[in-house]
Write a protein that binds this ligand. Structure first.
Ligand SMILES: [Zn+2]
Ligand SMILES: [Zn+2]
Ligand SMILES: [Zn+2]
Length: 82
């Protein structure tokens, strides 16, 4: 079971210790760090309400694309992030 890197909770949602107010679990690249879902796109939690997967694979944490640079549909900054 993954734990929040700010408070060690295993829950999802509001976190009193996180700078962006949501638990951020130490998930791998297969799951969203905010909610544990394996999907991409709209997320119930997270500062941007978009799933963000953990790092580990050579692909974008927000959309799963293998490209680099601008054009990410989900990262609020619009850049693919690995
Ligand atoms: Zn937390
Ligand atoms: Zn999510
Ligand atoms: Zn992306």
């Amino acid at each position: 079971m993954s734990k929040c890197k700010y408070c060690n909770s295993t829950g999802h949602g509001a976190c009193a210790y996180s700078p962006h107010k949501f638990h951020e679990l130490q998930e791998d690249e297969k799951r969203c760090v905010f909610c544990g879902s394996s999907g991409y796109g709209n997320c119930a939690y997270g500062p941007a309400k978009k799933h963000k997967h953990g790092s580990g694979a050579n692909k974008c944490r927000w959309c799963g694309a293998t490209g680099n640079g601008r054009g990410c549909p989900y990262n609020p900054d619009r850049v693919h992030e690995k």
